[in-house]
Design a protein around this ligand. Structure first.
Ligand SMILES: NC(=O)c1ccc[n+]([C@@H]2O[C@H](COP(=O)([O-])OP(=O)(O)OC[C@H]3O[C@@H](n4cnc5c(N)ncnc54)[C@H](OP(=O)(O)O)[C@@H]3O)[C@@H](O)[C@H]2O)c1
Length: 288
């Protein structure tokens, strides 16, 4: 039984990896009255796990997928009941993300066998960065805009709403061969800080809290890609392989549980974490 409540919760990429763990932990901590989970594929297994949720099949690298997800966000935020004692009105968790294109800046970004002339290289990089930006940047901005608009239309007197950006250490630290990923995460954190500044200018400090969470190095498919892709520079790949071998990767459940406990403690608990705009798993769960 949750000790805190939220009126509604939306999680992108809620079917697997960290997103699935966040769904479990946030639902258990906040018992949202309405729940939306997005995934590129919604099958019977996923449906049977979440019989009461709205499951939206949406590739967030496409305009159609973003529109479908935004429609659900608008509906669920507007229709969620006002629960007595809720600590949050609506919560949007931006979890979906991808690493591609990996590779050191230059030929490394296109891999062996691609055209080696400057025009071929530029065309290749232009196409791959454009595709990844649709998911990691454009859909993030688009769904945040839809959510802020819907949350701001809720009746006065409700608790605040939250945009929780799943970020990474890569947002603030460069890693060789992850240039586009690092830049995408930095973009997302800066958009969150602008949202926080805009909300702070509104009466009463605004309706929406913006926060970024770096979940630590997680034992998920994304890590598998990092330690197996030839495009990842050797030093980084070896470090990731060693973390896996030595068992120092963080489990998605542990990371999701750590942030869920903070979210369940409400807006002032989040404001007290890190610099008030971002926190890392290792800030929440200091290592011995
Ligand atoms: N793993 C790490 O070490 C680590 C560290 C720091 C931050 N993170 C961040 O944590 C988040 C989750 O990553 P993860 O580790 O759980 O990786 P993962 O297992 O590879 O999962 C990636 C997630 O993104 C979704 N996704 C990928 N492409 C998508 C698309 N085109 N449209 C919609 N959804 C898409 C996937 O949903 P589908 O079910 O549709 O495939 C899945 O839920 C990401 O934002 C990642 O950057 C991970």
């Amino acid at each position: 039984m949750a000790s805190s409540l939220a009126n509604s919760l939306v999680i992108t990429g809620g079917r697997r990896g960290l997103g699935a763990a966040l769904a479990q932990e946030l639902v258990s901590a906040l018992a949202p009255a309405r729940l939306v989970l997005t995934a590129r594929s919604v099958d019977q297994t996923f449906r049977s796990q979440w019989p009461a949720a709205t499951l939206v099949e949406a590739d967030l690298g496409s305009a159609g997928g973003v529109e479908r997800a935004a429609l659900s966000i608008g509906e669920v935020v507007a229709a969620a009941p006002h629960r007595h004692g809720a600590v949050w009105d609506a919560i949007l968790v931006h979890n979906s993300g991808s690493l591609s294109p990996l590779g050191e800046i230059g030929q490394g970004m296109v891999g062996a066998g691609a055209g080696s002339g400057p025009a071929d290289l530029a065309k290749n990089v232009f196409d791959s960065v454009s595709a990844s930006s649709q998911l990691n940047i454009a859909s993030f901005a688009a769904l945040t805009a839809a959510f802020v608009d819907s949350a701001s239309r809720r009746p006065a007197g409700l608790p605040r709403s939250l945009v929780l950006n799943v970020s990474s250490l890569a947002a603030i630290q460069p890693f060789s061969s992850w240039g586009v990923y690092c830049a995408g995460k930095a973009f997302r954190e800066r958009l969150m800080s602008v949202l926080a500044a805009e909300q702070a200018e509104l009466d009463g400090g605004g309706r929406v809290v913006a926060f970024s969470y770096a979940p630590g190095p997680l034992d998920t498919d994304m890590q598998l890609e990092l330690r197996s892709s030839e495009r990842v520079s050797k030093g980084v790949r070896d470090a990731m392989a060693a973390a896996h071998r030595e068992g120092t990767l963080v489990s998605p459940a542990a990371s999701a549980g750590a942030i869920a406990r903070q979210v369940a403690a409400g807006p002032s608990a989040l404001a007290g974490l890190g610099d008030g705009l971002r926190a890392d798993y290792f800030d929440l769960v200091p290592q011995r």
